[in-house]
Design a protein around this ligand. Sequence first.
Ligand SMILES: *[C@@H]1O[C@H](CO)[C@@H](O)[C@H](O)[C@H]1NC(C)=O
Length: 287
Amino acid sequence: MEAAFSSSQCSYEEYKETADWLLAHTEQRPKVAIICGSGLGGLADLLADKTVFPYQDIPRFPTSTVPGHAGQLVFGRLQGRECVCMQGRFHFYEGYNIHTVTYPVRVFFLLGVETLIVTNAAGGLNGSYNLGDIMLIKDHINMPGFAGQNPLCGHNDDRFGLRFSCMSDAYDRELRALAKQTAKEQGCDGFLQEGVYCMLAGPSFETIAECKALQMLGADAVGMSTVPEVVVARHCGLRVLGLSLITNNVVSDYDCVEKANHEEVLRTAQHRTQDLQRLVSHLIAKI
Ligand SMILES: *[C@@H]1O[C@H](CO)[C@@H](O)[C@H](O)[C@H]1NC(C)=O
């Protein structure tokens, strides 16, 4: 499977083949898609009337390799609303090319999805953030994009979107307002933040000098995902809401003995995951 994705972009017909297969295998027609981040795949378990497709069963779909990522597409209802959840996403650091990382987003578009909700586990760069805070993503810094890894590089297919895609409005203002209102209603507003997410390619965590640099650039949280999917989603006109669970504080002080580790990320995710799930499901009911 990986070999088929290793070199280049996919054609419209390839995405279409995947989408048509899914449409033929479920009667659900979700308008909302959710990409679940590290340790946040539990959201998909809350769906009612589920239809589950392991990635390896879906034609042309890539497969997931990280612990904490189940690797399946789940169709179902959340608060009565049809949605489709990616339980396990594809990361650039796994060795996938940037087009493969974003493959599912164009499939969602061809399924008729109009809104994409992305969640991730991120390191807090902003000194006022606490572990377990939920950050609404207001904007992003596409660091791999700076380095030439933008998923829109290559031939542009107008059936998806324009050659030059606007990103100044990537994170939908209305959806963010709705999320804030929902957080208030759900009693989550005490740990809701709003800030800038910076993506690094990973898989190594940030050095202290890198953290200081990112803080200077205005980033509030840092992670290894989300941005490529959002870029592709905006290109094809999907509305986007992004949520980061702050699962670790990055080390930006040379005297600090703490070290970043993936276990801490998964532990914190587990702790606040219910709140995040509640927020997302109540939010979906309002979209
Ligand atoms: C950190 O977050 C707070 C609260 O959201 C915000 O007011 C502030 O501008 C952010 N940035 C820095 C550098 O503190």
